[in-house]
Design a protein around this ligand. Structure first.
Ligand code: ADP
Length: 497
């Protein structure tokens, strides 16, 4: 077993990884930026090092600084979490050079899957169906326009280096094409340092279904079932579940065979996710492969009773996948909602501020993976996801009941959150029916706005009184201003102690 592992990440995923390290008796080393000095991942760790100022390039993306502390503290391995350096082939390479195990796949697999254009070629070669589109590296915009005409509108312009929905543009008419290509390419160049774009046929009402795969270095590659992540806002997932209400045993077998073929095509090691779009006729197409642990991995953990971080560590040590993973079984149903610091009344703009009150739900079938506590400062430097709420039930209906209950018990004050929006999603009939597509929000909640909260007069009066009693200032006999409290003014008089 490793003795010491450094987590090159922050937030809920860093805490999630520490939980497993603690269970395994492995010392956990955190790194943090100046903005995160009081974050849970700093307190939970056995050791924590300040690596730099808040901007990610100076801290969580600063390979030199991270490796300096890794060496200094004598860690055997680094877990990159998701985001940040998790899919950075150069970082994996630098870890290897420093004699530190990178808990993830090999450099070759990260590189191959880091480019959407290249991964499409590899998948086509491996016999995995891909979304129809242009092949090869396309920076020839005229050629792309012709290809779009030939393919037929609507088309989707995508960034080869893309992620997080950036560098993507739907084009419905030829006359919009040039402008969209330029905008997508510029956005991609800015976000990823690579403006390469290509085209895919735009599927109108697909489902997003992904297969969790796991591979060890002993020749085993298995799948751990699917997750459905169709409910998205601006191409970003907000609600995920497993199993998918749309998948039959036959389709599951076909999609997982394709996912395993995809993993084998790049000699994969560790945890990976092969994403597909499923169209209304039941045909599925490869979208991309993520070479890391996914945000939504807890739903898979709930239905398989496996610890995915532990499996990552086992295969990184060179061990075979344990029997419970090789013959994984699923039970029940799990749903995850992503709780964001956002202002739903204001175009879902990221919100920042201090968490003044936090009540996270507990009880049967509820799990919260969170990165905040009361007093946490939520800054603009990082992803605004505050927590993931996961509900488990014997079946989908019970998981929905528990999710509904848990959302109603989730209190975050001091910041606006998207909790009311998540509640609205869960309450729709389409969600209950499992009628999900990536157009879900447009079709079912197009004009949704949070209800204005009407406080009863009694609540306002009570709050005003509490405020007044806390502290009032008055002038003393000598003319200075002194802070006092209504409680001291009324001296020994107390109602109800
Ligand atoms: P990113 O890597 O930026 O997250 P993906 O390729 O994973 O981009 O796609 C993200 C989401 O965008 C998908 O889940 C889907 O909703 C939408 N999308 C991507 N490609 C297509 C397509 N060809 N047709 C329709 N929707 C698509």
């Amino acid at each position: 077993m490793f003795r010491k592992v450094l987590i090159a990440n922050r937030g809920e995923i860093a805490v999630r990884i520490i939980h497993t390290l603690r269970e395994l008796g492995v010392r956990a080393v955190s790194v943090y930026s100046e903005a995160d000095a009081h974050s849970p991942h700093v307190y939970y760790a056995d050791e924590a090092h300040l690596i730099g100022p808040p901007p990610p390039l100076a801290s969580y993306l600063n390979i030199d600084a991270i490796l300096t502390f890794a060496k200094k503290s004598g860690v055997d391995a680094i877990h990159p979490g998701y985001g940040f350096l998790s899919e950075n082939a150069n970082f994996a390479k630098r870890c290897a050079e420093a004699g530190i195990t990178f808990i993830g796949p090999g450099v070759h697999a990260i590189e191959a899957m880091g480019s959407k254009v290249r991964s499409r070629e590899i998948m086509t070669f491996a016999g995995v169906p891909v979304v129809p589109g242009t092949e090869g590296t396309k920076n020839d915009f005229k050629g792309l326009a012709k290809a779009a005409e030939k393919m037929g509108f609507p088309v989707l312009i995508k960034a080869s280096a893309g992620g997080g929905g950036k560098g993507m543009r739907v084009v419905r008419e030829a006359k919009e094409f040039d402008r969209a290509v330029n905008a997508a390419s510029e956005e991609a160049a800015k976000a990823f340092g690579d403006g390469t774009v290509y085209l895919e046929k735009y599927l109108e009402r697909p489902r997003h279904i992904e297969i969790q795969i796991f591979a060890d270095s002993r020749g085993n590659t298995v799948h751990l079932f699917e997750r459905e992540c169709s409910i998205q806002r601006r191409h970003q997932k907000i609600v995920e579940e497993s199993p998918s209400p749309a998948i039959t045993e036959k389709l599951r077998a076909e999609m997982s065979d394709a996912a395993i073929a995809a993993a084998k095509a790049v000699n994969y090691l560790g945890a990976g996710t092969v994403e597909f779009l499923l169209d209304e006729t039941g045909k599925f197409y490869f979208l991309e492969m993520n070479t890391r642990l996914q945000v939504e991995h807890p739903v898979t953990e709930m239905i398989t009773e496996l610890d995915l971080v532990r499996l990552q560590i086992e295969v990184a040590l060179g061990n075979a996948l344990p029997a419970e993973a090789l013959n994984a079984k699923k039970h029940g149903h799990a749903i995850e909602c992503r709780v964001y610091a956002e202002d739903p009344a204001n175009g879902f703009l990221p919100a920042s501020g201090t968490v003044t009150r936090l009540r996270t739900p507990t009880g049967p079938g509820v799990r919260v993976d969170s990165a905040i506590r009361e007093g946490s400062e939520v800054s603009v430097h990082y992803d605004p996801m505050l927590a993931k709420l996961i509900a488990y039930g014997r079946d989908r209906a019970e998981a929905i009941l528990r999710m509904r209950r848990a959302l109603s018990q989730f209190v975050v004050l001091g910041l606006t959150t998207n909790i009311p929006h998540l509640q609205a999603v869960i309450e729709t009939k389409a969600f209950a029916d499992g009628n999900l597509t990536t157009k879900f929000l447009d079709e079912h909640l197009p004009d949704w706005k949070p209800e204005a909260v009407e406080l009863p007069a009694e609540a306002i009066i009570a709050a005003s009184l509490v405020d007044l009693m806390k502290s009032t200032s008055r002038a003393s006999s000598t003319g200075e201003t002194v802070q006092t409290s209504l409680w001291s003014e009324i001296q020994s008089f107390r109602l109800l102690g």
